[in-house]
Design a protein around this ligand. Structure first.
Ligand code: SF4
Length: 486
């Protein structure tokens, strides 16, 4: 069996070993005991308070042993499948990332191929050659970078920042670059990176190789979700047979929605508490241990492989501003949950209809997960493209689509999102730390008059996207279905 983790370079500061040591201990013992924290603090020459500060920031690390041996998923689609939004016990997981198999219990599994409901170039059968890497090599570094920029490829992690612009900014620093491959995928309801890694790992690895050819990074690190063993094993197998070989470290995480913010992820890699950094400087200027750092998502790397193999084909899908496809993770009240690879710009209604809604009332959608918002049946004709889909909060984000029954599911679903955001707030800034639990309390009590003002404070006073977008599900639910909170 593959090791599923590969160490960071030995010349990295010793504190960078902290996350790996915590992860190993959690896997071995099932929790982080005080004696272990003391020992690891001595070994890594850190104050023990810093060890606890990091250890207690990850959702999957426990400071007490787990009681019982079954972990149940508390994600929205699993709660819908159970037919109850009861308070979940402490051993519940925020998401087991098997929303296509709701209600999920236990651990992760390799993504099942039949759950690819619609495949495009990303989810097509995996590649067996290195034609696309060879195409980049034939162009040379500068021309290959120009090709990335001119293709119009945008990152697929949720922010859709132009890839060529990000890479140029890092290269302009004229210092050794760190390349970080984001396979953390910690948003409840999203499983598309797991699908890619399970079914097309060589496409992902070729994308990493193309990036490595252009950026010539001093270090390549894959930050992989701590639960995603089958997907990571598949990646390791693809790395093992890659030609030429890539020197890649694999670091496993401990969960946490805030790790979707790239500077929080870099802090985690450095063995610090995983909280977002104040910007500027941006990671491309000063990221992992001060190196110019490029962070891109798994799906972005897979797109690189597609793009270099078929530039005209890449641009014929999607829109002129956002070419290509997007893998959606569709779940909830549908007969055909799973991964749908669609051209950017396709209407949400078409996706919902393909997935076979199974609702008693009207269809509603949660788009963009806990940072997104709800859409009513009358607003499903929006094209799925980067940015806001509706002013109250719905957005494409990482491509999580949960189909709901309206109005029956709306109150519980909005409360579930509000509670999730409150629990996942890292606590660094006051509007988010104090505001998100208050938002949940007001909604739960039906005391909606003060919500708009509070939502504005959270949105505009928070440091990172988690706080800034947290009011979306609440605001959109109140906008479309005010009666359900009376
Ligand atoms: S907005 Fe929330 S999650 Fe983001 S830094 Fe502030 S407290 Fe942390």
């Amino acid at each position: 069996m593959a090791a599923m983790a590969r160490p960071l370079p030995p010349d990295f500061p010793i504190r960078s070993q902290l996350l790996a040591r915590l992860y190993d201990e959690q896997r071995r013992a099932g929790w982080i005991a005080p004696g272990f924290a003391d020992a690891i603090a001595r070994e890594l020459r850190l104050p023990v308070a810093e060890v606890w500060e990091a250890a207690t920031s990850y959702a999957d690390f426990r400071s007490a042993p787990l009681i019982g041996d079954e972990v149940r998923c508390a994600g929205l689609s699993c709660q819908l499948a159970r037919g109850a939004f009861a308070e979940m016990p402490s051993e519940a997981s925020h998401c087991l990332f098997r929303c296509y198999d709701a209600p999920a219990t236990g651990g992760e599994e390799p993504f099942p191929a039949p759950m690819v409901r619609q495949a495009g170039p990303l989810l097509a059968p995996d590649i067996t050659n290195t034609d696309r890497l060879n195409a980049a090599r034939r162009l040379g570094r500068d021309a290959a970078l120009n090709a990335v920029a001119e293709s119009g490829l945008r990152g697929r992690g949720g922010a859709y920042f132009p890839v060529g612009t990000k890479w140029r900014a890092a290269l302009e620093e004229r210092r050794p670059i760190a390349l970080v491959v984001n396979a953390e995928e910690g948003e409840p309801g999203v499983f598309k990176d797991r699908a890619l890694l399970s079914l097309a790992p060589r496409r992902v690895v070729e994308g990493i190789a193309i990036a490595a050819f252009i950026l010539e990074p001093a270090v390549i690190v894959v930050f992989a979700n701590g639960q995603a063993d089958p997907a990571v094993r598949s990646l390791e197998e693809a790395l093992d047979i890659a030609e030429p070989q890539l020197d890649v470290a694999i670091v496993r995480g401990g969960g946490g929605y805030v790790l979707g913010e790239e500077s929080a992820l870099l802090n985690a890699l450095e063995g610090r508490r995983p909280v977002p950094r104040t910007k500027p400087p941006y990671p491309v200027q000063s990221g992992l241990f001060g190196m110019p750092t490029v962070v891109n998502n798994i799906e972005t790397f897979a797109n690189l492989s597609v793009h270099f193999g078929d530039v005209p084909g890449f641009r014929t899908r999607g829109t002129p501003e956002t070419p290509g496809t997007k893998i959606l993770s569709v779940s909830g009240r549908v007969r055909l949950p799973g991964a749908y690879e669609v051209p950017l710009g396709v209407s949400l209604r078409k996706v919902v209809e393909q997935s076979g809604p199974a609702v008693a009332g009207e269809v509603a959608v949660l788009a963009g997960g806990p940072s997104g918002g709800f859409l009513s049946a009358g607003h499903l004709d929006v094209p799925l493209q980067p940015g806001i889909l509706h002013a109250t909060g719905a957005m494409l984000g990482a491509g999580g689509i949960v189909v709901l029954d309206a109005p029956g599911d709306i109150r519980d679903a909005a409360l579930a999102m509000a509670r999730f955001n409150a629990e996942e707030s890292c606590g660094k800034c006051t509007p988010c730390r104090e505001g998100t639990p208050r938002l949940y309390d007001l909604l739960a009590a039906g005391d909606v008059d003060g919500i708009d003002g509070l939502a504005e404070v959270i949105q505009f006073g928070s440091l990172c996207g988690l706080g800034q977008m947290a009011p979306g599900p609440v605001r959109s639910a109140l906008h479309f279905w005010p009666g359900v909170f009376a």
